[in-house]
Ligand binder design. Structure first.
Ligand SMILES: Nc1ncnc2c1ncn2[C@@H]1O[C@H](COP(=O)(O)OP(=O)(O)OP(=O)(O)O)[C@@H](O)[C@H]1O
Ligand SMILES: [Mg+2]
Length: 402
């Protein structure tokens, strides 16, 4: 290969890769130089010396003026004999600058993403802690007895669902609390009435100067009936509390309702006769179902007792037994005073009485129907009422046949 060709190839290639190419012979004499300056001169360099010893070498040099330059020297061999060396030198400043530039960019991106992360964390913390603070506020109020506060959460996420459930729970607690307070107030009121009567009667007896046995007897009889009344109220209250227990056990027994009703009517007849009320029992079918006899007896007695209490002298009460769809129905119909339409929804509430003023005459507390309702509900049955004010009422006790 002639030298002129090598020189032109070196130039061409050096242009192409934007580097300087120098070729030396084994005596370190420059044979070709893409820059033309060193041709014929002795060129000694560590990299070239190594290449002449058969070892390809590369190094980076940092010059004051040119900056970073990379030297690569490779041996030129013919039949495994080194006949010279080629040195390629290229400025790598731009690569360094580029790397530096990328490094700077990475640092900036890291700082920015760190800041963004911190901002997002603060934002998320705010989103989480703000509703939790609201929960804390309302829970604290509730623990101090204020059940009127509600959790206000504007978002539409899981917090809102929990807040809604919590608000519902607080509402129920508030209702239960109001009910409990009403109950205690009602109980105290109901117990106080007979107690005040007893107090007045006994005080009158004590202040009586004459020894009049008739007056003593009369007053003591009044005291006795007030004590009975107290007893009734307390046993009604105890029944209600027992029936309200979650783990109440019913003593189920297969029973002919027919026999049970005959027994009840027989026991109620004297009470009805006192007011000359005619009590009739119509057993349309033989009905046998599984019930807690004592409890159902109490439920039916309460309704018949009302029918007698709220029916005038010479009235009529008819008790009927039949089956309708999946129920055994006990219908208790009277032609008494009836119930005003707007009062009907309340008559099963504890202590509710239509005519509170008349309760002293009739002796009611307003617990009878709520006891019946509880008992029938425990049997998975229902009580319904049809009533016309001034004409009479019919109560339907429906007990499931199965
Ligand atoms: N057959 C009925 N006719 C007219 N009103 C009735 C009849 N049954 C119930 N009521 C009305 O419903 C109210 C509630 O009845 P409930 O049996 O619960 O209480 P009560 O009879 O007043 O008292 P208690 O039964 O506790 O002695 C009664 O006070 C009465 O006003
Ligand atoms: Mg009653």
């Amino acid at each position: 290969m002639d030298l002129a060709y090598i020189k032109s190839m070196v130039k061409e290639y050096s242009n192409e890769i934007k580097s300087r190419i120098i070729i030396v012979d084994t005596n370190n004499i420059v044979q070709a130089d893409s820059g033309d300056t060193f041709v014929g001169e002795v060129f000694k360099h560590d990299e070239i010396n190594s290449a002449l010893k058969g070892m390809a070498t590369s190094n980076i040099h940092n010059f004051k003026i040119m900056g970073r330059v990379m030297y690569v020297a490779v041996p030129v061999t013919v039949d495994k004999n080194v006949i010279g060396a080629t040195l390629i030198s290229a400025s790598i400043n731009s690569i360094y600058e580029e790397v530096q530039h990328i490094q700077n960019k990475i640092i900036i991106i890291s700082i920015v993403s760190m800041l963004v992360n911190i901002c997002i964390s603060f934002l998320l913390m705010g989103l989480i802690f703000q509703p939790l603070d609201e929960f804390k506020r309302v829970i604290n109020k509730a623990s101090q007895g204020n059940l009127k506060e509600k959790i206000n959460i504007e978002t539409n996420d899981e917090f809102r669902d929990v807040a809604d459930a919590f608000n519902m729970m607080i509402l129920k607690l508030d209702q239960a609390d109001t009910e409990r307070k009403d109950f205690v107030a009602n109980v105290s009121h109901e117990l106080r009435t007979p107690l005040s009567s007893i107090k007045i009667l006994s005080e009158s007896l004590l202040s009586e100067n004459e020894e009049n046995i008739e007056i003593y007897r009369e007053f003591l009889q009044d005291i006795d009936s007030e004590v009975d009344r107290l007893n009734n109220i307390i046993s009604d209250l105890l029944s209600l509390t027992t029936l309200g227990k979650e783990n109440i056990i019913l003593n189920y027994r297969t029973t002919y309702i027919n026999f049970l009703l005959e027994k009840i009517v027989l026991s109620m007849k004297p009470l009805a006769e006192k007011k000359s009320i005619k009590l009739t029992l119509i057993l349309e079918e033989k009905v046998q179902i599984s019930i807690d006899q004592d409890k159902i007896q109490q439920a039916v007695i309460n309704v018949i007792d009302n029918a007698i209490k709220y029916t005038q002298q010479n009235g009529l009460i008819e008790i009927k037994l039949y089956t309708l769809e999946q129920y055994a129905v006990i219908a208790i119909k009277d032609n008494g005073i009836g119930i005003p339409e707007d009062c009907i929804p309340h008559i099963f509430e504890r202590f509710y009485r239509v005519d509170k003023a008349r309760s002293r005459e009739t002796g009611g507390t307003g617990l009878g129907l709520s006891i019946s309702w509880q008992i029938v509900s425990l049997h998975k049955g229902i009580i319904e009422v049809d009533s016309q004010y001034g004409k009479g009422s019919t109560f339907y006790i429906k007990l499931p046949l199965q």
